[in-house]
Design a protein around this ligand. Sequence first.
Ligand code: PMV
Length: 332
Amino acid sequence: MNFFGALMLRAKAVAPSNIAVVKYWGKRDEVLNLPATSSISVTLSRLKTEVCVSFDENLGQDEVFVEGERANEKTYGRVVAFLELIRAKTKVKMFARAESFSNFPVSSGLASSASFFAGLTLASANALSAEFTLQELARIARLGSGSAPRSMLGGAVEAVAGTSKDGSDFEVLQILPEERVPFALLVVMVESKGKAMSSRDGMNLCKTTSPYFHRWLEYNQELVDIARRALLDGDIKTVGEVAEASCFAMHGCCMSAKPPLFYWAPNTLSVIEQVFEMRKEGVLVYVTIDAGPHPVLLVPFDLVPIVRERVSKQKGVLDIIEERAGQGAKVL
Ligand code: PMV
């Protein structure tokens, strides 16, 4: 109950961001937000979003705040659509107030929608005392953002696309717990002019205009199988090679769309070149990039100081966030 005697159900959750080593890019069902290919990511230990949700009888509409500010129209619409689904599933009619705080820049290609929707799913389920299984939570989180289900679990996580029409065989599986992921991730923040296009719009553009889209899907599914095996074997070289293959195929698909879609900034390419240079010198380092300009480097733990030192000297590099695999979303 709140101060006025009206019913208010409140909960808070924290969810980590994740970085895909084998990308999700493309949907097989727009409404159910079902991925057209499986994907594998590493849940991060430091970059997180805290989400607080209050379902409140006194509210006449949903309220959404991001970093203390009212959400813009696009974000508001997306969150309200998600809350409608939660209400439909739980038969609750109350509107909600959702507030989120991230400890990293949102909408910059660092998967803030993944941590946000994983946190919102868990907080909402908890506030409403809804007893969902992990896979049910993952399927709900997916309706908000395709990469969000992977943030429900820690370590290296596979999102299995499944083939059923209703998405009932979509699931998330932990491949490795966080302590067994054998590399660090260096998130290299580069100077850029901001995000080109939302991933939702980018995926749609690729599906409708890229001549490579169908081949991309087949190829990426093969990469998922190789990456899973390599992670289980602790084979960093193969994981890194597959991560680059998936990243460049995804971005190749974007660049071949009409109009061409470039998520990279000139500084992104400079860091890629530097990674290739270091590898020629025998340093085991690989790069991946989500739908934004910031490269993420996969580096064995003992090589982190060398790689960090080299990349930090690169022109256009603003900051380097040192990450490793962490735990999945939690209720606070
Ligand atoms: O979850 P979305 O709709 O923001 O899409 C994520 C897409 C990528 O970050 C580029 C790839 C991925 O698998 O996370």
